[in-house]
Design a protein around this ligand. Structure first.
Ligand code: 5RP
Length: 222
């Protein structure tokens, strides 16, 4: 099965969890875009829900799909949050943030009663770290955090786009770090969260509740 089909299957399966009246966190990225399209179809078919977008790009997609949006402030706690991932390991630990929306995504995940991750089989790895771990930082602290990450032997690289420093929707910077040789991710996580103003930087360890269904056997992962 090709990757696009796997994304569709996972997206459709995740949309099945969305029931009338729910407040739904909407993740970012190409897999989340399938889920938004699927929810849009269901809204057109009568589903009543409101979305809380994790990025400006997702807000735009959701509006185009006909999904009503509300702010996180107005939503408070969400019923469910559905998002993609860059990598997941056998313990279902994740790397997220390839699309640069990690801090908002993490905030939505934290404020949701239930979290679902949708990913194609290509995201499955034996150990996290082939994909660089994104670390989101406020501009004020970015250089000093790069030094600190360098001292931790994480080979930090400031993310660039079109020859300029990449900025998130929150006007933050992203530093991509190499965790491939790190065996103890929990220790790394604990260390990273000690760094002041280093936001959305974790590997999403132990955060999500995972759901599985038949799609998993077909090579898709919810
Ligand atoms: C954005 C994310 C995305 O969920 C992650 O990058 C996966 O994206 P895609 O579905 O396009 O592979 O964390 O910050």
């Amino acid at each position: 099965m090709n990757v696009e089909n796997e994304k569709w299957i996972a997206a459709i399966a995740s949309a099945d969890y969305v029931k009338n009246g729910m407040l739904v966190g909407l993740g970012s990225g190409s897999t989340a875009a399938f889920m938004i399209a699927e929810l849009g179809k269901r809204v057109a078919g009568g589903l009543i829900m409101k979305g809380i977008p994790s990025s400006d790009a997702t807000a735009k997609l959701a509006k185009q799909a006909g999904i009503s949006l509300i702010s996180l402030d107005d939503a408070g706690t969400m019923d469910i949050n559905i998002d993609g991932a860059d990598e997941f390991d056998p313990k279902f630990q994740l790397i997220k943030g390839g699309g640069g929306a990690l801090l908002r995504e993490k905030i939505l995940a934290h404020n949701s009663r239930f979290n679902i991750i949708i990913a194609d089989s290509g995201k499955k790895v034996d150990g996290l770290g082939k994909f660089k771990l994104p670390v989101e930082t406020i501009p004020f602290a970015t250089e000093i955090i790069i030094s600190e990450l360098h001292n931790m032997d994480l080979k930090p690289q400031l993310r660039m786009k079109n020859n300029e420093v990449y900025k998130t929707d929150e006007n933050n910077c992203i530093i991509d770090v190499d965790i491939f040789k790190k065996d103890d991710l929990q220790e790394l996580n604990n260390h990273l969260i000690q760094i002041p103003r280093c936001g959305g930087n974790r590997t999403f360890l132990n955060l999500y509740g995972y759901c599985f269904n038949g799609a998993r056997e077909q090579g898709c992962y919810l």
